[in-house]
Design a protein around this ligand. Structure first.
Ligand SMILES: [Zn+2]
Length: 249
């Protein structure tokens, strides 16, 4: 009787191992394939060398942006990710310029952040990119919505700008490969910063601060690094694409 029970016990273990095997194989395959994907991006990293990239951490100062359930503000989250992105780009040989490096907005000091202050703030961010003739402009934000089930990162570009659309699509492509809650598509929406910049530009929403699971991820430094690297991968992908040939005079 005892022997029989032991036998059953072993068989049970064996079955559990067999059931686990496909999961292990799949996760192993995913790890290996993501390793190769990362190597592929590393091999293309030369495409960003000597490019001037303006990174715009959204909001700041009197403008907190969206508010998470834990009390974290969008302005703080996006500053962390933007700084990490700037470092990665600099390591690859690009010149990365941040529109702000601290918790501030770019408008003249005011008692309360009005619509006029917002426009002044945004205009100065755009002006920084335009005056320096940046190659691209990337504004980093987090999304928010009344329904906490909404999740996933998404990129936006100005309707009618083919190059901006390519940039937004390249980053979205990498978002859907590497980040949590994939499946959204790059969208063309008229936003002030994208409309006013003279170079290809995109607004990247790195996830929903109103989704508790995604908010938790976005607060994790490990995940923030992953988000920064993924935006970088999208930028590399964008510059690696063949550019339209212009006829010389
Ligand atoms: Zn925002």
């Amino acid at each position: 009787m005892r022997k029989f029970a032991h036998h059953v016990h072993i068989r049970k273990r064996y079955i559990i191992a067999l059931l686990l095997l496909p999961a292990l194989l799949i996760s192993g395959f995913q790890k290996v394939s993501s390793y190769f994907e990362e190597q592929h991006i590393a091999a293309l990293s030369w495409t960003v060398a000597n490019k001037l990239i303006v990174i715009d951490p959204g909001h700041g100062g009197l403008d907190p942006g969206a508010l998470g359930t834990t009390g974290i503000h969008e302005k703080d989250m996006v500053l962390e990710v933007s700084k990490k992105l700037a470092l990665i780009l600099q390591e690859a040989g690009a010149e990365a310029v941040l529109t702000r490096e601290t918790d501030r907005d770019l408008s003249d000091p005011v008692a309360d952040y009005s619509y006029q202050a917002k426009i002044q703030d945004l205009s100065r961010r755009v002006e920084l990119a335009n005056s320096r003739n940046a190659d691209i402009f990337v504004s980093v934000h987090v999304n928010s919505f009344s329904d906490p089930r909404e999740d996933g990162p998404q990129t936006f570009s100005q309707p009618g700008s083919a190059e901006s659309k390519k940039l937004a699509q390249a980053i979205q492509f990498e978002f859907n490969r590497f980040l949590a809650n994939p499946g959204r598509e790059a969208k063309q929406v008229d936003y002030f910063a994208n409309r006013m910049t003279k170079m290809p530009s995109t607004i990247v929403e790195i996830g929903f601060i109103t989704n508790p699971k995604e908010e938790k991820l976005l607060l994790d430094e490990h995940y923030q690094n992953k988000v920064a690297w993924t935006i970088y991968a999208g930028i590399v992908r964008y510059f690696a694409q063949p550019k339209p040939a212009f006829a010389l005079p």
